[in-house]
Design a protein around this ligand. Structure first.
Ligand SMILES: C[S@@+](CC[C@H](N)C(=O)[O-])C[C@H]1O[C@@H](n2cnc3c(N)ncnc32)[C@H](O)[C@@H]1O
Ligand code: SF4
Length: 452
């Protein structure tokens, strides 16, 4: 078990995963392949509810901060060829699902799903509805780049049954926008969001980033006040993850323009206080939601979940990822599709499923995965609950929670009886607490962004 550091600066600059899965993706391996995945899909029990995630790995231009799996393209031809592959994968995966499996959530992410033409948006939504048995109340969420969005595209999304729209904003300050190669006015953003509202969309999310180059605390505050004037149901306030060793284009960002870790930390704290003062409930490490939003209700009930898209109230038993780089979570474990679009296409031509790696969960992995998810969602962990759920398999993890409480991090956690609590001061460092429960942390060559 790794020990947590005590000094504030040490903790602010310590690296830790964001724990959107356990084990995290760098520990996936080629031992789990397309045949493993096919076996897992066909073994889904009737009655299982699934969530679909579709990845569109293209954007008009690259934002220099971007950490997503995407590529800039000026031409539509690569997108059209990719869509042919995606339609093929949809048909193949759907044909493997046993009867009685139902889709309850659909999420399109990227990249920018709104790079698709209106016709292609409609065709993709129709293909999904035709291929998978959809629950009548299925939710349909899409990540939207407001820049250059046409009325025809908005209409196509609304006609396709969109229920939740998530908009990338990042920061409205012109100097910051120049430093990140993303110019997007407040007026345009407001006009696009208003159009979706008028179209009947009652659930709007806006993404904002802190820790951006040239972003002062004042710039961040002004951006948040503008975002608040849009009255989104949810706000995702992510810390900019600077990982130029993984994302080469981030080298376009001058490191001297990045805020000092202490300033970044203060910015995040002030932002959280501002959003709370405006009545938003804090959800996990980076989300805020109106108190009557389903995410807030799930958080209060201890039913919040964490998956590859972040925090969710989606309680589906399985996530099926479609498209290049998409990750699926099945009862047995995780699988990931090939990341480069070329390899994704090649694999779809050679075999049935374009999977390159994954991870089959062992008994102790399941306990650690549950413990880490509860800490990331609730900031507390009930050892009694772990024992009741997992029996003797929970022993090693429970021993680790004892060590965490006794180690040099008393200011981050407290142990009361069976309950391990992350304190208010420890909240920003919960990723470090989780890393101390991570059986694979520090093994392998994975490098992570700052934990705060
Ligand atoms: C797929 S994009 C959202 C949709 C659309 N492509 C857009 O940018 O408007 C997902 C979100 O991830 C966040 N993001 C991207 N790169 C990041 C990074 N390096 N660190 C933290 N958050 C990041 C941004 O807030 C972004 O809005
Ligand atoms: S933030 Fe969104 S628009 Fe910008 S490069 Fe990343 S995926 Fe594309």
């Amino acid at each position: 078990m790794s020990r947590m550091k005590t000094g504030l600066i040490d903790r602010l600059t310590a690296a830790a995963p964001r724990y959107t899965s356990y084990p995290t993706a760098p520990h996936f391996h080629a031992g789990v392949d397309d045949r493993t995945y096919a076996g897992w899909l066909t073994a889904l029990a009737p009655g299982t509810s699934v969530s679909l995630y579709l990845h569109i790995p293209f954007c008009d231009t690259l934002c220099w901060f971007c950490g997503c799996h995407t590529k800039a393209t000026r031409h539509y031809a690569p997108i059209a060829s990719y869509l042919r592959l995606l339609h093929e994968e949809i048909a193949r995966v759907a044909s493997m699902l046993p009867p009685g499996v139902t889709v309850r959530q659909i999420h399109w992410g990227g990249g920018s799903p709104t790079i698709l033409t209106a016709e292609d948006i409609s065709a993709l939504a129709t293909a999904i509805r035709g291929a998978f048995p959809l629950d009548a109340r299925a939710e349909f969420a899409v990540e939207i780049d407001p820049r250059g969005l046409s009325h025809a595209q908005i209409k196509a999304l609304l006609d396709a049954g969109l229920t939740r729209a998530s908009f990338g904003v990042q920061d409205f300050d012109p100097d910051v926008q120049q430093a990140i190669n993303r110019v997007q006015s407040f007026e345009l953003t407001r006009a696009v969001i208003d159009t979706f509202r008028l179209g009947g969309i009652g659930s709007i999310n806006v993404d904002v980033l802190y820790g951006l180059p040239r972003q002062s605390t004042i710039a961040l505050t002004k951006t948040l006040l503008k975002v608040l004037s849009l009255e989104p149901e949810r706000i995702a306030l992510f810390g900019y993850a600077h990982v130029p060793w993984l994302k080469k284009h981030q080298a376009m960002i001058e490191e001297t323009d990045l805020p000092h870790p202490m300033e970044r930390f203060r910015g995040a704290q002030l932002a959280a206080e501002l959003l709370s003062a405006f009545g938003y409930q804090r959800i996990g490490i980076d989300h805020f939601a109106k108190p009557d939003d389903s995410l807030s209700t799930a958080a209060r009930a201890g039913q919040l979940r964490r998956n590859f898209q972040g925090y969710t109230d989606d309680d589906c038993e399985a996530v099926i990822g479609l498209g290049a780089s998409a990750i699926s979570r099945l009862p047995q474990g995780y699988v990931q599709n090939a990341v480069p679009v070329s390899e994704y296409g090649q694999l779809l031509n050679e075999r049935v499923l374009p999977v390159t790696r994954g991870f089959e969960l062992g008994a102790e992995d399941r306990v650690r995965a549950h413990a880490i998810e509860r800490l990331m969602c609730d900031f507390r962990l009930n050892a009694g609950d772990l024992r009741a759920r997992f029996g003797a398999d929970a022993d090693a993890v429970m021993a680790d929670t004892e060590k965490i409480a006794e180690s040099d991090c008393r200011d981050l956690v407290v142990k009361e009886g069976d309950m391990l609590w992350v304190t208010e001061e420890g909240r920003p460092f919960v990723r470090l607490v989780c890393a101390a429960l991570d059986g694979y942390f520090g093994h392998g060559a994975a490098r992570h962004s700052h934990a705060v």
